[in-house]
Structures are given as C-alpha cells and as structure tokens.
Design a protein around this ligand. Structure first.
Ligand SMILES: [Zn+2]
Length: 178
C-alpha cells in the first residue's frame, strides 16, 4: 500500500521501472543506483477468534480505539521476526486483552487485497481476566450463535469457524473493514 520514495539500501530515489522477471516484464519501484526492488508483497496479518474457556465458551470481540463507529472485530496483529504464527497470535491476544491462550488451531488463510494483506486466522482457546491494551477501546463477549459476520477477510474466517461448530453464519449487509 505504501509507495516508498527512496531506496532503503542507498537512499537514491526509487522510480517505476520495467524489468524482465520470471513472470514476464513487470513495472515496480526500483533503484537504478543499487538494483533494489520494492516487491510490495502482501503482509501476513494474524487474526484470532478468541473463545473464552472460562466464560462458557463466549467469543471475545474488541473495538479498536482508532475506529469510528461501534464495530467489534477479531483480535489481529502482525508477526514479529523470530516467532511462529501460532506464537505470534498467542502473544497478540495476550498483549491486547491479557487473556492467556491455551492452544490455537488454524481456521484458514484469507485474502485482504485492499490493505495488501493476507490474513492467517486462528481459533484461540483462552482464559483469564480481560484487560485491554490502549489500542482497544472496549470488548464484548458473544455467544457464538448470536454473532453476525462481516463480508471481509476476518469476517469470513469467523463464518468458517461458526460452520465448523455447526452454526450457519449470518452476514451483515454493510461492507466493513477486515
Ligand atoms: Zn538503492
């Protein structure tokens, strides 16, 4: 999503330049001075359907402090270097909500091209008292059958998990952010 202006290796200006790659001729931001290419590959983003084992299996959704409106969504975050996706999502859930994750299992991998991201979604079984990080404004606990999914990456992940539990997901009409 970000169009960098300068080369991170040598600080020369980047320019849209065509070059022959394995897949054919392709224009990308490239550095004429040192040969650096800004590939702009999608960023993996971790997401969790957090099931609270000590609250009757209710799901924890949270509202980001930076969002307008009152939308509640899955817990998400970026991977750190040197951790597995499973470790990363357990860390993000702990950092953002302070609940401890006992185990995770993969729901699926979802496309989110608007943000040039790919979402790796897990179900996380968690327990403990909820205390939100400043990044999150509030949270809600939902019985799984009461949830309404949104038509975007993490909403499809939630729908897939509900189907696994034998619940046919309902979708809201309005488009939402992932
Ligand atoms: Zn350069």
């Amino acid at each position: 999503m970000i169009d960098y202006r300068f080369c991170p290796q040598c600080a020369a200006a980047l320019a849209w330049t065509e070059a022959l790659e394995d897949g054919g001729v392709k224009a990308r931001l490239r550095c004429a001075a040192c040969g650096f290419t800004h590939w702009n590959n999608p960023t993996p983003v971790l997401a969790a359907v957090v099931e609270c084992a000590d609250r009757g299996g209710q799901l924890l959704l949270a509202r980001n402090a930076a969002w307008s409106g009152r939308m509640f969504a899955l817990i998400t975050g970026c991977m750190e270097a040197g951790e597995t996706p499973q470790e990363g999502i357990a860390r993000e859930v702990l950092e953002e909500t302070s609940v401890q994750v006992d185990g995770v299992d993969l729901i699926g991998v979802y496309d989110f091209q608007r943000m040039n991201q790919v979402i790796i979604a897990y179900h996380a079984l968690a327990r403990g008292e909820v205390r939100l990080s400043p990044e999150l404004a509030e949270y809600k606990l939902y019985a799984p059958e009461d949830l309404v999914c949104w038509p975007a990456g993490t909403g499809y992940a939630l729908a897939a998990w509900l189907r696994r539990r034998g619940i046919e997901p309902r979708f809201m009409d309005l488009p939402r952010r992932g």
